[in-house]
Design a protein around this ligand. Structure first.
Ligand SMILES: Nc1ncnc2c1ncn2[C@@H]1O[C@H](COP(=O)(O)OP(=O)(O)OP(=O)(O)O)[C@@H](O)[C@H]1O
Ligand SMILES: [Mg+2]
Length: 259
């Protein structure tokens, strides 16, 4: 096997981040293998979103290192020296990662199809006709083949979130980050978004998913990470972490979520 096939797709090494005096991430280390689905759980304020935002370079880390797809993010190594990457290079690195947020953030003045093709055509400068064909296939994949011409205001929250997933996939990311993608949805719409994510996981996409949907985590995640106060407190196979939690804080968290 080549070294790249054994290297994790994401490697987070001793990452720290403070906002003012508040330690939002406290020495977080985590590897994610290609094709792995990792779910992150934890109480509000425990640092889950901050960690995702560090992976995507929307937050700059104070110390430590994050590698994505074999590239050190944010820095270039020159012998023993480190040079901060220019914004253009950071933007290029960011393209390898797709992100779906809690609140659907589609462009309201564009149809579902236009939302999906915007990045590939405008940013990646790809051929429009080819991108449109791919976008139509992506819409079909998330169960929205008939909604290509609909504007976000005329789609349900669950449909908008599935368009957001298709839009992220249109950029052909190596990694998908999800930040509580179903928590703003009415309960009856949660299932259709989780189904689209499940299909994506089955297709082999590497995914880091912040979620309170423990059923989804149990069924789909290869590994579950529990965070508290900016640190990873427990991690392991989903059945272990969710079914046989060791840490008292995790036990309390799980019983609160399940009650
Ligand atoms: N840009 C920022 N400036 C200042 N403080 C921040 C900033 N972003 C996050 N924080 C703080 O860092 C802590 C971790 O926030 P984060 O959003 O990562 O938590 P979370 O685990 O995602 O919580 P939730 O489940 O509520 O989404 C919180 O106390 C938050 O107030
Ligand atoms: Mg959050």
């Amino acid at each position: 096997m080549s070294p790249s096939s054994t290297m994790p797709l994401v490697s987070i090494v001793d990452v720290r981040k403070k906002f003012g005096d508040f330690q939002a991430l406290d020495s977080v280390s985590l590897d994610v293998r290609a094709g792995e689905v990792l779910c992150i759980i934890g109480a509000s304020g425990s640092g889950k979103t901050t960690l995702l935002r560090c992976v995507n370079q929307l937050v700059t880390i104070d110390s430590g290192a994050i590698w994505v797809g074999g590239e050190l993010t944010g820095w270039r190594i020159d012998g023993t020296k480190l040079h901060a990457l220019p914004e253009k290079e950071i933007a290029r690195q960011r393209l390898s990662t797709g992100m779906v947020f809690q609140r659907f953030n589609l462009f309201p003045h564009m149809t579902a199809l236009e939302n999906i093709i915007e990045g590939p055509v405008q940013v990646q400068k790809r051929n429009r006709a080819e991108v449109v064909r791919e976008a139509e296939a992506l819409l079909a994949r998330v169960g929205l083949a008939d909604k290509a011409g609909s504007y976000p205001a005329n789609l349900s929250g669950g449909q908008q979130q599935r368009v957001a997933i298709a839009r992220a996939l249109a950029m052909k990311p190596k990694l998908m980050l999800f930040d509580e993608p179903t928590s703003a949805l009415d309960p009856e719409l949660v299932g259709e978004v989780l189904a689209a994510m499940k299909e994506l996981a089955a297709s082999g996409m590497t995914m880091i998913v912040v979620t309170h949907e423990l059923g989804f985590a149990r069924e789909v995640a290869d590994r579950v990470v529990y965070m508290d106060r900016g640190a990873i407190v427990e991690q392991g196979a989903a059945a272990e972490v969710l079914g046989n939690p060791q840490e008292p804080r995790l036990r309390a968290f799980l019983s609160a979520v399940l009650s």
